[in-house]
Each structure stands twice: as C-alpha cells, then as structure tokens.
Design a protein around this ligand. Structure first.
Ligand code: NAD
Length: 481
C-alpha cells in the first residue's frame, strides 16, 4: 500500500528508523497485506529513551503551565489540520470506517485542548492554619516524573493522546509504547506534539515487543509513573511490576458493560442506539455495550428489532468501500477468540439469532452476531467478548436486572434506558461501574473522568482527574522564624 509512512521511533528528539532489535511487519487487517516494516527497539535504545525522559523532565516541569498549554493547544490544532491523512492511516491499521476514525481524531484534539488548559488552572490550595505561629500551609500538585505509557490498537489516536496530554500538561516527560499493529497512527500523533514545540526528550516513542519493553521501562528507576490501557490479565502483570518499585499506576482495563432496558424506555430510540453502539469499531471498545438486559414485557420485540438493525450493517474493507459500517477485527487472534466464544455457548445455551461465524478471508472478519438468552455462566456472559457479539437476556424486575448487571468483577461502564424517573435514580446509584450513562452511551468526553473499578482497573483519564493522575501531592508549611 502506497503512502504508508516510513516508521520511525523518537528518542531524545531524534527520529530513528533503525530498530536495534530488528523489524516487525505491519498488516492491513482488512486485506492481510503487509503495509510496512516497523523498527523494534533494543535494550540500549530503551535506556537512551529513559535517559532522555529523565534529563528533560526537570526543565519541562519548571516550564510555566501557560507555556505548556500553548504548546498543547498547537498540537491539538495540528492534529485537526492533519485529520484527513491521519484518519486514512487509522483506517489502514485498524480497519475502522473513515467517519469513526475522524470522530476519534476530533475527540483526541478536544482532549488535548482540555488537558492542556488544566496546566493553567491547577494552582494548588491554601489550607487554614491551626496555630498563630504558622504563616502558611500550601498544598500543590507536583508532576510525578517520567511516565511510561502503554496503549492498545482499538483507539490508536485517542488513547495515546489522553495519556500524552495528561502527562505533558502536568509537567511530566514520557515514553509512549503503542500497539504493535498501529505504529504509524502513534507516530503521526507524536509528530503533532513535536511540531507544536514539545522539546527534545519530553516525548519519546518506541516500538517493539510489548512484554520486553514494559518490563524494561517499569523497572527502570527513573520512570515514576506507569499508565496502561489493555486487557485485565496484562494489567495485573504490569501492576505487580509497578508495585515492586512503588510506582504510581493507572490501569484502564477490560469491561463487559451491561445495558438495562426498562419497559418505559423510548423503544425505537433505545434499540437504534443499542445496535449502532454495540458494533462500533467491530465491538472492540472497552466500554462497548455487551450484555443487554431487557424487561421481559419488551424482550421479544427488542430481540427482533435489534437483529433487524444488525442485519443492516455492511461489513467489509472500509478503505475500499465508503459505505462499509463495520470493518475487520484487529488481527487473527480476535477472530479465534470470537470462534471460541461461539464454541463455548453449548447445547441449550442460547440461540444464535444472527451471525455466529467468521467470514472467509482475506481479512479478519467476523459476522455481527446476536445471541438470545445465553446462559448466565456462558463465557459470552462472563468474559469480555471484545468483538461483534451481543447477548440479550430478559429480566423480571429491576432488582433482578441490577443483580445480573453487577454479577461480574468488571466495572467499567454500565448503561440504562428508562423514562421512569425513580428507576433512573435507582439505577444510577445501584449499577456498580466507574461510569454509568442513562438514556445514552456517551461516557467519554474531555471534561469527565474515564475509568473503572474492580477488574476494569483504577485511576481515571480525561477530566481534571486525567491531569491529576500525573501529579503527586506536596505540602509546604511555614512557621514564623
Ligand atoms: P493482547 O493482550 O495481546 O493485546 C492488547 C494490548 O496490550 C496490545 O496493544 C499489546 O501491545 C498490549 N500488551 C500485551 N502484552 C503486554 C505487555 N506485557 N506489556 C505491555 N503491553 C502489552 O490482546 P488482544 O487480543 O490484542 O486484545 C484484546 C484484549 O485486549 C481484550 O480482551 C481487551 O480486554 C483488551 N483491550 C482492552 C482495551 C481497553 O481499552 N481497555 C483496548 C484494547 C484491548
């Protein structure tokens, strides 16, 4: 494929095409064709990145917040200016339709703006003193230090953008390790920051073997903050490593979001929103609605209307056909994971109402799938599917719905649709999740915290929390001399 950029890492302000550990291929998931060769970082190059981030940190931390904001604002502008080219690369690397890629880039630019502005707002606070001998008690939020940022492939612009912007706004330097399958998206994003004036060493970009890089960076004494978005299993491993070095850790992990559909909900609007949101990015979204719990009175109608909408989805290669609404899965492993979920449904464990199979290649495609009434202990209803598979079950009363919704260790997003005010208040309090949205699905905005609880991790990104996560609290208390 032409026009795929030559891939380069960024270490100490130098763009480097030679990876000391060789190269790895990058493929288009919609065609399986190779689109590029990605350099893989060596241990010596990682040491150089750590040294660069460490050296650049004190000067960047001392740069006035208003100055940091100006640079971040410029990075957001550059991202908007370059959105057409970047969206094309996102489409090639992830297989997401152009409109979804453009939406992701727009929201990433808004996030960078918001987090950059926090650099001007966060001035700390004065605490009233208890004794007349005390002159002042001042509490400030200090940048933690160099941050290691690990991001997955499903939102290859938005997820790195919110980590980089949080770190840089707060005064931290950083090293980004994006997913193996989406290096060019990360490179184009990082280029916006360097072109905006982020000094050498403040932002570094490395590619390669995820386990080797994460172990190297998390155990490097200079790295003080670790932020990871990805699976619960990997999050637990990285969290354990970070804990050994007593390093601050933010973990945005998997989810298995329930959607409670009450009988009073605006039916047509609800079913349309559920079907559209479930298959966005082929279901590979951590806050994707996956367990649909419909009141028994409306259950049959909900299943049939939901399936009718799913059957209208157009699956294909979005870079070859603009009318495609669902692209491929990210790699062959995701298709295998979907097949395993289907295999684990068992004899009477629900009905495959539509879909259920991989689509013959080339490309990593799986049919948009709906399972009616899967068993509560099936893998589909207990493990994050991270793909285009939805389970729909009936519930009898609202407490029953909450019990099913809260029955897993995940707790990222939870949704409910209802026109009953009492039910809406009850569900907002009773659903156990880091984010609860009622009568809509938009849990991610620049101004609001994004994060989970339980096996979905801890710490929040975006919102003021997305800035504060890269800071630590300091007290300065002064008495009369
Ligand atoms: P995977 O665990 O192989 O990879 C997911 C991501 O984690 C990749 O970007 C990879 O580079 C990274 N990764 C893997 N091992 C790592 C390590 N030791 N150190 C640092 N990074 C590491 O799984 P996959 O099949 O590619 O993705 C599916 C799973 O990933 C899903 O089950 C889902 O839970 C999770 N995921 C979550 C999110 C999210 O937004 N929370 C996003 C993408 C993937």
């Amino acid at each position: 494929m032409t026009n795929y950029p030559g891939l380069k890492m960024l270490i100490a302000g130098e763009w480097i095409a030679e990876g000391g550990a060789g190269t790895m291929p990058v493929n288009n998931p919609a065609t399986e064709a190779k689109i590029g060769d990605c350099p893989m970082v060596s241990s010596e190059q990682l040491d150089a990145a750590v040294a660069a981030a460490d050296e650049a940190f004190p000067k960047w931390a001392a740069t006035p917040g208003a100055e940091r904001h100006k640079i971040l604002r410029r990075a957001a502008e550059l991202l908007r200016e370059r959105k057409t080219d970047i969206a094309r690369i996102v489409m090639l690397e992830v297989g997401k339709p152009n409109a979804q890629a453009l939406g992701e880039i727009g929201s990433a630019a808004d996030l960078i703006d918001f987090l950059g502005e926090e650099a001007k707002r966060q001035g700390g606070r004065l605490v009233p003193v208890r004794s007349p001998n005390l002159l002042q008690q001042r509490v400030t939020q200090e940048p933690i230090g160099p941050a290691a940022l690990f991001t997955p492939w499903n939102f290859p612009i938005n997820l790195p953008a919110k980590k980089i912007a949080g770190a840089l706004a707060a005064g931290c330097s950083c090293i980004l390790k994006p997913a193996e399958t989406t290096p060019a998206s990360a490179q184009m994003l990082v280029q916006c920051f360097t072109d905006a004036g982020v000094p050498a060493g403040v932002i570094n970009l490395v590619f390669g073997d995820p386990a080797k890089i994460s172990e190297h960076l998390i155990t490097a004494p200079a790295m003080r903050k670790i932020s990871f978005t990805g699976s619960t299993a990997v999050g637990k491993q990285l969290g354990a490593l970070a804990a050994q070095g007593l390093k601050r850790f933010t973990a945005e992990l998997g989810g298995h979001a329930p959607v409670v559909i009450g009988k009073s909900a605006d039916f047509d609007r609800t079913v349309a929103a559920c079907a559209a949101t479930k298959y966005r990015n082929a279901g590979q979204v951590c806050v994707s609605p996956t367990r649909f719990l419909a009141a028994r009175d409306i259950y049959d109608r909900f299943v049939s209307e939901f399936v009718a909408r799913v059957n209208d989805l157009k699956v294909g290669d979005p870079s070859a056909d603009d009318s495609v609404t669902m692209g491929p899965l990210a790699h062959a492993g995701r298709v295998n994971a979907m097949q395993e979920l289907m295999g684990a449904l068992g004899g009477s464990k629900g009905e495959i109402v539509t879909g259920g199979s991989a689509i013959e290649g080339p490309g990593h495609f799986f049919q948009p799938t709906v399972i009616a009434n899967p068993s509560a202990n099936s893998r589909l209803m207990t493990e994050e599917p991270f793909g285009p598979v939805a389970g729909i079950v009936p519930y009898d009363d609202i407490e029953d719905a909450v019990r099913i919704a809260n029955s897993l260790r995940y707790g990222l997003a939870a949704y409910a649709f209802t026109a009953d005010l009492d039910e809406s208040h009850y569900l907002g309090g009773a659903l156990r999740a880091g984010m609860v949205a009622i009568n809509h699905f938009a849990v991610g905005s620049p101004e609001t915290p994004f994060g989970g609880t339980g096996d979905s991790g801890f710490g929040s990104e975006s919102g003021v929390e997305g800035y504060l996560g890269y800071t630590e609290t300091k007290l300065v208390t002064v008495a009369k001399s």
